[in-house]
Design a protein. Structure first.
Length: 116
């Protein structure tokens, strides 16, 4: 069983940066590929980025490629999302989950708001 808690979201100006964190409980965390997802108001939740269990493989949505970087620290049971050159269209609630996502693992997410 894994529990996930996201943090780090806040209001930022366009062009700014944020780093999101996802703290996981559960001793099997390092066995899972992990992902970041986001949901903007009135839209469906969408994939943002994913990372393999060892951190050796990463994948990104085209909309964030070159601006966002996913990483993980298995010793700390934490996954990160470094977000640079933020745009207003990045405004959303950001969630972490396994990849592919597992329904019971969805947490509360963390709100990222990018002002123009």
């Amino acid at each position: 069983q894994v529990q996930l808690v996201e943090s780090g979201g806040e209001l930022v100006q366009a062009g700014g940066s944020l780093r999101l964190s996802c703290a996981a409980s559960g001793r099997t965390f390092s066995s899972y590929a992990m992902g970041w997802f986001r949901q903007a108001t009135g839209k469906e939740r969408e994939f943002v980025a994913a990372i393999g269990w060892s951190g050796g493989s990463t994948y990104y949505a085209d909309s964030v490629k070159g601006r966002f970087t996913i990483s993980r620290d298995n010793a700390k049971n934490t996954v990160y999302l470094q977000m640079n050159s933020l745009k207003p269209e990045d405004t959303a609630v950001y969630y972490c989950n396994t990849n592919p996502p597992f329904g019971p693992y969805w947490g509360q997410g963390t709100q990222v708001t990018v002002s123009s």
